[in-house]
Write a protein that binds this ligand. Structure first.
Ligand code: CP3
Length: 348
């Protein structure tokens, strides 16, 4: 089995010759070449250079031996053509110039065609596909409407996103109007990524763990579901990921993806019970474990594998993004370990 077949088969819960593995935030971040590039270009400026973005996307495939590449872009990328002025502040994250506060602000959001206004990202997809050939599949991605709404309302990273949650309850017309526009934008953008060549998509709802199940069902699920269901006809596997969201897993499973990504705060076998046997699962080694000596990485990784053993449909990943200070060699050895430990003859 090629890594491409391995990853795509696992997403569909078909038998594989070894468990596929990739890491969220594997592109950029940990590589010295990326840091050197970042001294030359601002993050948003870097997005205008498909050749460089393609190179960063392919780097972990060559250096780490992972079974999938993830497009180098950011969840904020589609917000610029929407009319949102933002920058990525090193060590902080996305900072929005004029946060949204009321329904009147929705008028500031423009309609746009991603094929035109996000052409450099789509060009990156085409360059990566050409560079990778059939070696490994390329995963496209977008931020989910809720996580994007959090940044648009708070204006910057926040621990609890109180303002966003307060507006969600206090101004439902604004909230639903915003979520509708974001769902539409994200769906168009992901469809354009698939047209350009991505072979799977991941919807990142990183901050969704701030909500309880009832609020999630009412204020968030319909919009994530609209995005995921809106991709159904394209036939590419869909991965739906959140953090701090153990109580939301059954609802996130309902939203429509084939694969649910889980963070490290829940045991993988329990998480699989919560999302149900008809879904594949992605996760969930604690990214901080990779900062410990490798024998500890090994022990933690084996525990994840043990909890996934005996049924098809596990994609090994971390429970959240790779931490910037992670030793590259630990990641490379972890890929080898997962492959070695799970090797089995493929069924005909
Ligand atoms: O996986 C990959 O490596 C592909 C590229 C990718 C980036 N951001 C590049 C990036 C992906 C998949 C993302 C997703 C993303 N961005 C998420 C969802 C995943 C998650 O971690 O929860 C979120 C919440 C963001 C928002 C964001 N962008 C933050 C919080 C930050 C700052 C912290 C950091 O260093 O990641 C960014 C900036 C960003 N996005 C960088 C990179 C490589 C660092 C930019 C820099 O060099 O200053």
């Amino acid at each position: 089995m090629t890594p491409s077949q391995r990853f795509l088969a696992a997403c569909r819960r078909q038998p594989v010759d070894r468990t596929p593995v990739w890491f969220m935030r594997q592109a950029g971040r940990i590589f010295p070449e990326f840091r050197a590039l970042r001294r030359q270009y601002g993050f948003v400026e870097l997005m205008q250079h498909p050749d460089l973005c393609a190179e960063i996307t392919v780097m972990p495939v060559e250096r780490l031996g992972v079974d999938a590449a993830i497009l180098f872009a950011d969840i904020m990328t589609p917000l610029a053509p929407l009319g949102v002025d933002y920058r990525i502040e090193p060590g902080v994250g996305p900072v929005v110039g004029q946060p949204l506060a009321a329904a009147a602000d929705l008028g500031r959001l423009r309609r746009f065609d991603p094929r035109e206004e996000l052409a450099p990202v789509l060009e990156t997809v085409r360059l990566v596909r050409r560079a990778l050939g059939d070696r490994v599949p390329l995963i496209g991605f977008a931020g989910a409407p809720f996580t994007l709404a959090c940044y648009l309302i708070e204006g910057r990273p926040s621990r609890e996103f109180h303002r966003a949650r307060a507006l969600m309850y206090g101004d439902p017309a604004f909230w639903h109007g915003l979520m509708e526009r974001l769902a539409e934008t994200v769906l168009d953008y992901l469809r354009a990524q698939v047209e350009a060549g991505v072979q799977a998509v991941q919807l990142f709802d990183s901050w969704v763990g701030g909500l309880g199940p009832a609020a999630y069902r009412r204020f968030v699920l319909p919009y994530s579901s609209r995005v995921l269901e809106g991709l159904a006809d394209l036939g590419v596997p869909r991965i739906h990921f959140g953090t701090g969201n153990a109580a939301l897993l059954p609802l996130m499973a309902e939203a429509g993806a084939e694969v649910v990504g889980v963070d490290w705060r829940v045991d993988l076998d329990r998480a699989w019970e919560a999302i149900g046997p008809d879904k594949a699962i992605q996760g969930n080694l604690d990214p901080a474990a990779l900062l410990a000596p490798f024998d500890q990485v090994e022990e933690q990784a084996r525990d994840v594998l043990r909890r996934a053993a005996g049924r098809p449909g596990h994609i090994f990943n971390l429970g959240h993004g790779v931490l910037p200070e992670t030793p590259v060699d630990h990641l490379r050895r972890l890929v080898e370990l997962v492959h070695r430990e799970t090797e089995r003859p493929a069924e005909a």
